[in-house]
Design a binder for this molecule. Structure first.
Ligand SMILES: Cc1cc2nc3c(=O)[nH]c(=O)nc-3n(C[C@H](O)[C@H](O)[C@H](O)COP(=O)(O)OP(=O)(O)OC[C@H]3O[C@@H](n4cnc5c(N)ncnc54)[C@H](O)[C@@H]3O)c2cc1C
Length: 191
């Protein structure tokens, strides 16, 4: 919704610069995360989820096509590098927005520093930037998600994201690996 609102704004200024980079980042991340999310959702429904009588099997099968017809991972990664090279204001707008939540949580601050270092490395050496591109986009996506949640979401939701996705001491590779500090009751009540 944050990105959608940026697309409603005029074609110049902060919103236009922000959406130039954030659109590619969101597209990459949604396409990459989608199939795994569909797989986990299918598993929640057990055998019913797997059969063709339920819609989940089709959702899982169709999920990878987003990254084929909306631009593959590599092609979006190259688009992000193109934005950095041709429109420096896009990175500046992105950083300015991400800076607004600095100081609210040390896990976010550490993520911001990681993202910033990757951004500087990719911008200062375009020759080797392609090798860093996927790492960079992932860092941009996670920072953007955390920033939006810290700004707009109820505290238990933002905390769950910071603990489960950003903090290297508590995050897991899979769904359902949230640490004990997360208020699961609040998350379930919200759903
Ligand atoms: C169901 C479906 C419907 C479609 N409908 C339409 C349509 O209506 N109109 C239309 O125009 N197209 C349509 N397409 C085509 C779609 O746009 C192309 O599939 C898409 O552009 C990818 O091209 P490609 O399949 O030739 O793969 P390729 O471009 O050959 O990509 C294959 C792999 O190579 C990688 N790669 C490609 N270039 C680079 C690069 N420069 N650097 C690094 N890696 C690279 C990609 O990341 C990818 O992993 C459709 C596709 C599908 C699956």
């Amino acid at each position: 919704m944050r990105l959608a609102s940026a697309h409603d704004a005029p074609d110049t200024g902060h919103e236009a610069d922000f959406r130039r980079l954030a659109t590619a980042v969101a597209k990459y991340w949604v396409c990459k995360r989608g199939p795994h999310h569909a797989y986990e959702s299918l598993e929640c429904l057990g055998g019913n989820g797997y059969t063709e009588l339920f819609p989940m099997a089709r959702r899982l099968r169709e999920a990878p096509v987003n990254a084929v017809w909306e631009g593959s991972g590599n092609v979006i990664a190259l688009d992000v590098l193109r934005a950095l090279a041709k429109q420096p204001a896009a990175a500046e707008a992105f950083l300015a927005e991400m800076s607004t939540t600095l100081g609210t949580d040390e896990r976010y601050d550490a993520q911001f520093r990681r993202m910033h270092a990757l951004l500087e490395a990719a911008s200062s050496d375009p020759g080797s930037a392609a090798g860093l591109a996927r790492q960079l986009i992932e860092a941009l996506a996670l920072t953007l998600q955390a920033q939006v949640l810290l700004t707009h979401a109820p505290a238990p939701v933002a905390t769950a994201f910071l603990a489960g996705r950003l903090d290297p001491t508590t995050r897991g590779m899979e769904y359902g690996t949230l640490p004990a500090e997360v208020d699961l009751g609040a998350l379930v009540d919200r759903a």
